[in-house]
Design a protein around this ligand. Sequence first.
Ligand SMILES: NC(=O)c1ccc[n+]([C@@H]2O[C@H](COP(=O)([O-])OP(=O)(O)OC[C@H]3O[C@@H](n4cnc5c(N)ncnc54)[C@H](O)[C@@H]3O)[C@@H](O)[C@H]2O)c1
Length: 409
Amino acid sequence: MEQPQQSAGPEEAGAEAGKPPLRVGMVGYAFMGAAHSQGWRTAGRVFDLPLSPVLTALCGRDAAAVRAAADRHGWATTETDWRALIARDDVDLVDICTPGDSHAEIALAALAAGKHVLCEKPLANTVEEAETMTRAAETAFATGGQLAMVGFNYRRVPATALARRMVAEGRLGRLRHVRVTYLQDWLNDPEFPLTWRLRKERAGSGSLGDLGAHIVDLAQHLVGERLAGVSALTETFVRQRPLPGGPSSGLAAGAGRAGTATVTVDDAAVFTGRFASGALASFEATRYATGRKNALRLELNGERGSLAFDLERLNELWFHDATEPAVHAGFRRILVTEPDHPYLEGWWPPGHGLGYEHTFVHQARDLVHAIAEGRVPQPSFAEGLQVQRVLAAVEESAEKNSVYTPIAD
Ligand SMILES: NC(=O)c1ccc[n+]([C@@H]2O[C@H](COP(=O)([O-])OP(=O)(O)OC[C@H]3O[C@@H](n4cnc5c(N)ncnc54)[C@H](O)[C@@H]3O)[C@@H](O)[C@H]2O)c1
């Protein structure tokens, strides 16, 4: 086994003086790895945390590449096998930033080794895996006090956190409609290669698990309730795509025209749902909405008012107060940058907006507090499992001509 490599840079200094460290080991260092690194690096510099996150070890499979990534993102040491990372005594928390096919194996091993776990969404590729992970997390909490959280970071946009607060305070009254879409367009080009996100055995599902998981979690979080059942349509618009590494990349299964292979996941999912309280919900997740880059949009309509949000304008929350006289009522923009708004106490003066990356700082902050207080963080693995059940019900409904499919408990 390769020995951990120590790096000498000053960035790798240990914990903040006077605070116990939380030593993090992270697996995967591409998109989410970079975002999580930023979160761990920054949280303790913006917020007064009870523990000081330390970027102890970064894991990837290529020694030179992981060393370069560690230097870029501020990690002290590297590993090339996640099992070695988990075996280390100087790692308290394992952060899983790999594709869904490795979430269960890494999380189960980390919990068994006594580590806390942060796992990217969707929690797993199947309900069965998510059930096993949830049971393991609950046992680890009961026996060793370890904590496990799923990375549904869109709960931690200040505007969505404010929306949650306003719904909970009753500002919207009884909810009637929950309308959520998550629109991207990066698959519209039929020559875009068949990466892991387009393979069922690696990603579990397509737009559904990637984007749909986020909006199901966010909708349920905002409403404060679980979906009771769904009716769904899914579609794969482009069924053959070029192999990422060209014709000789070894991806033989499902190969069609020379140098291409079959897409085995959905390209888009459209579904409706019912909340137990009677509110109706609609969801759309697609990577083919030309012109929409990361448009997670939601609107909630209640008997006392409405809220609207668009991730492409994430410092803004729109509120209509239906109790005001119609003569001057209307949607008004709340610029969510005031010190009293969620997460804003540590940031900039009013009007100096935040961005996508800050959600990962807030995620790290909230997890550190939960660990210091010994309470189960949200979203827990149990919440990740419930989202997985919704995704499974969407797939089942789509296979059965959109028949209404209750969500299993
Ligand atoms: N929260 C969000 O907004 C968000 C956004 C994008 C992706 N994700 C989720 O994050 C996860 C990772 O997605 P990504 O976009 O970062 O993917 P990515 O392809 O950019 O990165 C995946 C990383 O995992 C590494 N990896 C894969 N298998 C590994 C193994 N066995 N051992 C060590 N490293 C391994 C790869 O080398 C790479 O560094 C997925 O579950 C995805 O759904 C979440």
